[in-house]
Design a binder for this molecule. Structure first.
Ligand code: B1M
Length: 210
């Protein structure tokens, strides 16, 4: 890996926001593709934090500072990941399901969809089914759900069922994603689409709406 990306990786793992911002600026100035910065320097750093947590080498507070460093880096990278599309391709209501506070993956999916021309309504984290239904009532034609915990991913089914029960003028398409999910799980709960990462979320949403 390029030395700057290696330092960026270490900065996120150690939760050093200033260092992360400095390394992202350095990488951008030296012409490294923003998607490469994200996919090689940043996302693997969060996987490393998860591995350390599993092995008892770090705890929730360390995960939180790493997440904070990741979020500040994403804020800096965001305009470089987006291509300034203006025409809205549809309205996406996105949130992390009830009981789940993980939002980095969800935020990345939102950034990529926004960059691809979709209007984003970010419902945040710990979102109950009623909020997704409310968003569909107010015009969202895509409901996008994220879950990072094997204990919360099942809540997605409640949302799919609540949407089916709701009296909506037109049914939104439902896309789901998050580390513990699979295509098979997505089908089993009645979701229309599944994407394993943020860039594929864009192609799946486009395909579902076409
Ligand atoms: Co938590 N956590 N965490 N955590 N955390 C995991 C998920 C875990 C795998 C760590 C581990 O044990 N190795 C584990 C879950 C085990 C399981 O259920 N399978 C875990 C646990 C156990 C917990 C707690 C229970 C810990 C505790 O309190 N004892 C607790 C739960 C709190 C809660 O939610 N109720 C907890 C808390 C936290 C923090 C708050 C400290 C923090 C989150 C901060 C935040 O998000 N603002 C945190 C973090 C940072 C992690 C890890 C380390 C990193 C997650 C991350 O941001 N990854 C994580 C370990 C890991 O993932 N290996 C872990 C980077 C991000 C870019 O990837 O979110 O997967 P990800 O998103 C990907 C794809 O999944 C996909 O696109 C993205 C990439 O392009 N994607 C979608 C995501 N959503 C999508 C939606 C789509 C399409 C694609 O369509 C709509």
């Amino acid at each position: 890996m390029n030395a700057t990306l290696e330092q960026l990786f270490a900065g996120i793992v150690n939760g050093e926001s200033e260092m992360v911002e400095q390394k992202i600026n350095e990488a951008l100035t030296s012409g490294i593709d923003p998607a490469l910065i994200l996919n090689e320097g940043m996302i693997p750093a969060m996987a490393e934090v998860g591995k350390q947590f599993e092995e008892g080498e770090c705890y929730v507070p360390e995960m939180l500072v790493a997440a904070h460093a990741m979020q500040s880096g994403m804020g800096l990278l965001k305009p470089h990941l987006q291509k300034g599309n203006v025409e809205s391709k549809g309205k996406v209501a996105i949130g992390t399901v009830k009981g789940d506070l993980h939002d980095i993956g969800k935020n990345l999916v939102a950034i990529m969809l926004e960059g691809a021309g979709f209007e984003i309504q970010d419902l945040g984290t710990d979102v109950p089914p009623e909020k997704f239904v409310e968003a569909a009532h107010s015009g969202a034609n895509v409901i996008a759900m994220s879950a990072l915990l094997s204990t919360t991913m099942i809540k997605m089914k409640d949302v799919v069922e609540a949407l089916a029960r709701a009296d909506l003028p037109s049914k939104p398409v439902v896309i789901v994603g998050g580390a513990p999910l699979t295509e098979t799980f997505a089908k089993s709960i009645g979701a229309d689409g599944f994407a394993p990462d943020a860039s594929r979320a864009v192609s799946v949403v486009k395909a579902l709406l076409s």
